[in-house]
Design a protein around this ligand. Sequence first.
Ligand code: AMP
Length: 619
Amino acid sequence: MGHTIGIDLGTTNSCVCCVIDEERIVIPNAEGSRTTPSVVGFTEDGQELVGQVAKRQAQTNAENTIFAVKRLIGRRFDSPDVAQARRSCPFNIVEGPNGDAWVEVRGKEMSPSEVSALILREMRDIAEEHLGEEIEDAIVTVPAYFNDAQRQATKNAGKIAGLEVSRIVNEPTAAALAYGVGDEAQKGAMKVAVYDLGGGTFDISILELTDGVFSVLSTSGDTYLGGEDFDNAILDWLADEFEAEHDVDLLEIPMALQRLKEEAEQAKCELSNADEVEINLPFIHTGDDGPLHIEQTLTRAKLEELVDHLIERSLDPCRTALKDAQLRRADIDEVLLVGGMTRMPKVRQRVGKFFQQEVDTSVNPDEVVALGAAVQGGIISGELTDVLLLDVTPLTLGVETAGGVFTPLIQRNTTVPCSHTEIFSTSVDNQTMVPIHVLQGERAMAEDNKSLARFELTGIPPAPRGVPKIDVTFKIDENGMVNVSARDEATGMEQSINIVADGGLSDSDIEELIEEAASKEAEDERMRELMEKRNQAEGLLYSTERSLEAYGSELPEDEAQELATDIATVKELVEGANLEELGTIIDTLEACAHRLAEAMYAAMDEMEEGDASGEEEAM
Ligand code: AMP
């Protein structure tokens, strides 16, 4: 059997690693680089270029060169993240046949999975070339907040690339594995913060490690904060200086802009090791008096001043993640750095200061996720032992119940794999079908949450409301994929669905949803209370009506008539009643129910007396 490779399928760069004889290796590409740009270029003569070669031709073939396809994978065309991507991408993003975001290159529409497959295939080829063997199995990493659709689409990408993706692993979990946090499990429970600042995105995850088991306590981040913003800060500064001197806005000149961008990134990277760099861009533009050049010195101090606000911006999600995990900064035992941008000394310093400790920089931040994926591969293949991996759900999952209430089955940040069953029933008599509406979110009412799927359980035998027992089970597997099933206990009839969520939820989406839920908590609570009271009143109304039918004849006629009128009156009122009115309605119904119960017991006593006298006669 061939080795299982670990692939970090990144937004800007990808990396492939492997464990051989317990040794973890980063596999370099043919050019000797340990990471490969996640860029795919489609040339006029039909070639598909991947990596550095694709990046090189991007300038002259911008609309047929796909960058950052990870931002699109598994997302709906009409989602806000895709709208943002459309504004900034030079290539065409179109609506795919199922409403997902696709790309269009050279007149052909392609799914993000197909584009990602080309990157995965390249990573596999790099590994095969290096190891001299065929590779079939891979572990691929995804951000912890990826929803089911995004995970499924990533898995599909592996399939299209001809790889068996045996596991999708969350990036922070992979990072923790690579840093060897798992090796120290015997020391007791540990809390780990994984700070991941890459080329285009920022993620923060809080993990807990107990007895060799990892779980993600919380995740947060900013889908539009990354190295590129740092490059742009330098670029803007260079352009401003140039404009002040020559009165020419280089940002308006595409060729100049591209050169500025490349130079800015290079200067930024060099300044991680040097105190200052010279930026030389000869012939950047031709003015009225001939060619113009850029010759500037950028110091590390100046760079830090230019990007200070960006580093600070990354700390807000850190605060949110801590709050969600219900931890204080001092509770964090270890801070791990992931992503090329964390090579910048100022980033390391600021993050260390925030978490009040030294950050761990012992593993290359741009290789750490792929290394962790390879470690996971080693665990699965049996080459490495002793570490088990668990992750969490980013948002609460549940179903819609009577009155449009959202009833959670699996709470946010529950460790997966997990499963939970709850018993539900029908809301009207002789109901033979139960609609199951699966939702995700933190709000009290179903309509305020995100609808993931709907299905129906049919064929329920006619019965009074509340009698049928329907088991609804939510199962989330170790890849974070959700299966919902509904089963009628009486007939054993079952329906289930594997959820493909509509529209990806980014870190910021999740953040927004959580914040919105928090701000509307009081309002939601009132609504939930109202709906529960209404359900209670309806239930009581139903049972009182049935009792009146059965035992009304035991009451004096005028009293039975009075109860019937009372019941009919409140029946009219239930629908539009407020909380207070519902209270009165419930009191009225309870009084009716008590009166009917008395009549019922009196009738039973009479029957028993009758029975007893019968027995005596027999003796
Ligand atoms: P990643 O997405 O993890 O591959 O990170 C890529 C980002 O890290 C890009 O914005 C790079 O410019 C940045 N990066 C890589 N090396 C360095 C470095 N030595 N110093 C600062 N930033 C770097």
